[in-house]
Design a binder for this molecule. Structure first.
Ligand code: CO
Length: 223
């Protein structure tokens, strides 16, 4: 086998396509004709956090954007274009920002490690760290503080999604759209809801504050 051709991936692909058609003969024709997902997943690029597998969703059921440490930056045209397309064309009903414990990006940001160009991207997470310095400093255990920042990053990124013009416009015109913040455990495969759920009727800052306070309570930090 010529490994430079990555033959094994094509073999696996052929098997998967055959097995899928064996179970559902029209699977690919149906999917090719229409994309109609109800969900937009904004997650980390980490290879251990695959959106479809974790949620049992099939191809066609979840629109996905992933970047290092699931960051939503107000001026990131890549992410904003995904959000716009998902809301205005696909008309997804839910957007979930999904972080994970053990996130290398969050760890690097917390420790201030230098990894090259990506340091600039991780500055956004250091902004989250600095915004919640009091809360984080009140957690004596290093690993717990790291877990807490993984959660707080999700809360902040849901807030960032909520504050985009795209979500604001959708809510103003009465489109059904709910935002969620989840965190995933690499060591047990479980998703946890961080209670940062937002819809048109919510106060973004109230929900963010409550979710932050809940995180503080979980880690025994007053904030
Ligand atoms: Co990560």
């Amino acid at each position: 086998m010529a490994m430079k051709d990555l033959r094994h991936l094509f073999d696996a692909n052929a098997r998967w396509a055959e097995e899928t058609v064996a179970v559902s003969p029209d699977f690919f024709q149906d999917l090719a004709a229409i994309q109609n997902p109800e969900y937009l997943w904004i997650g980390c690029s980490d290879s251990r956090v695959p959106a479809n597998q974790i949620t049992g969703l099939k191809p066609g059921e979840v629109f996905v954007h992933r970047n290092v440490a699931n960051v939503v930056v107000h001026t990131d045209l890549n992410c904003l274009s995904v959000v716009q397309y998902a809301i205005e064309v696909l008309r997804v009903k839910h957007i979930m920002v999904v972080g994970h414990y053990g996130c290398g990006g969050v760890r690097a940001a917390l420790k201030g490690s230098s990894l090259g160009l990506i340091d600039n991207w991780l500055r956004h997470i250091q902004d989250v760290r600095d915004r919640h310095a009091g809360l984080l400093d009140a957690i004596p255990d290093d690993e717990k503080r790291y877990d807490a920042l993984c959660e707080l990053n999700v809360v902040e990124q849901v807030r960032n999604v909520a504050r985009t013009t795209l979500v604001g416009d959708a809510w103003r015109r009465g489109q059904s759209l709910t935002l969620h913040g989840w965190v995933y455990g690499l060591d047990n495969g479980r998703l946890h809801d961080l209670a940062v759920t937002m819809d048109a009727d919510c106060d973004i800052e109230d929900v963010s504050r409550a979710a932050t306070a809940a995180a503080a309570a979980r880690y025994g930090a007053a904030g």
